[in-house]
Design a protein around this ligand. Sequence first.
Ligand code: ATP
Length: 250
Amino acid sequence: MEKVLEMKGLTKCYRNGRGIFHIDLTVYKGDIFGLFGPNGAGKTTLIKAITGLCSPDQGEVHIFGYEVSKQFEKAMEKVGCIVETGNSFEYMTAFQNLQMISRFYPHISSSRIDEVLELAGLKEVRHEKVKEFSSGMKQRLALAAALFSHPELVILDEPTSSMDIEGMIDFRNIVKKLAKEEQVTFFICNHSIHEMERMCNRIGILYDGKLIASGLASDMMNANESLEDFYMAQIRKARGMESCQFSTSM
Ligand SMILES: Nc1ncnc2c1ncn2[C@@H]1O[C@H](COP(=O)(O)OP(=O)(O)OP(=O)(O)O)[C@@H](O)[C@H]1O
């Protein structure tokens, strides 16, 4: 299996002592990797460290074999991402926003703009200004932008948090199709465990900055009624260990 994204001992500790600690994780070509965790577990921090938006205190991130901190441009060449809210120019139309992005990719035909707008379900509203878009429509636009350059790795932080049911189903279908037909690899943080259960083949659970479980979704579901049961069991175990540590240190 070809390694696409690899983290080794990845640590980012903020001044308040929070962050992510000693993360070792590998994502393989064609994986749809889902990262879960409670609020504040460190998911966005991890994505920022992967994409070079914050520099880790320790550890390494390799994308397609290139170390992000040393060979950033090479590492990110085939990556598309949405980190926190995907930013767009509010006073431009969806089409114009993608035209701006297309300037960074002169080798890609401008017909790709219509292609990704259609993929993201925005074809009908492509000439409307983004300031008139709902938050779900803005997320669709962010997805279109992330997919514009035909990335081989797509990193998405809460990509569907404001989408309606149809939007989520469309999103799931796009992800599965790209992973299956084009071997695109996805790394996705999402709170909706039910949605991820239907989509991801590999799962990681982050708790209090630490990766407390990772592996194949099928293994996790075989041993449990559902991914939700597995997730809750892991979280309870981590909380139990925390309270044990607390009582022994008293
Ligand atoms: N710039 C910062 N300075 C200090 N602490 C921060 C900073 N950014 C995040 N944190 C803290 O680090 C921890 C992880 O935050 P992060 O945003 O990565 O979590 P998350 O898992 O993405 O949360 P959510 O699910 O709520 O989006 C939290 O306790 C948060 O308060």
